[in-house]
Write a protein that binds this ligand. Structure first.
Ligand SMILES: [Zn+2]
Length: 113
């Protein structure tokens, strides 16, 4: 019953990553919009630069949060090009079909023998 990694934990990590993944385009868009508005209002494209840089950093953080990590090897659980879908309508990825890390092969459900 006591396992180092339960599938439930991994499943939560995947859902969290799906949620963050959805926010990446919005973070990028709001950074660009904030910069554009400030640039127009101040009539100088430089005025909004700190806002743009901050917004892009924010987007980069969300982008980093949108990758689910394998508890065993720490690498991403989604393969390049996989489309996991939104949290509300998740598309099963390879890790969810196999319950194994696609990179290191570690079993991610402690329920097995
Ligand atoms: Zn792994």
């Amino acid at each position: 019953m006591a396992g180092t990694t339960s599938w439930e934990q991994v499943r939560k990590e995947l859902q969290r990553a799906r949620g963050a993944r959805r926010m990446v385009p919005w973070a990028l868009l709001s950074a660009l919009l904030g910069w554009a508005f400030l640039a127009v209002a101040a009539r100088s494209w430089r005025a909004g630069l700190p806002l743009l840089v901050g917004g892009l950093l924010f987007a980069a953080v969300i982008r980093a949060l949108s990758v689910p990590h394998c508890p065993a090897c720490g690498k991403g659980l989604w393969l390049r090009g996989e489309r996991p879908g939104p949290p509300t309508a998740p598309v099963p990825t390879q890790v969810e079909r196999d319950h194994r890390c696609p990179r290191c092969g570690a079993a991610l459900d402690a329920g097995g023998c």
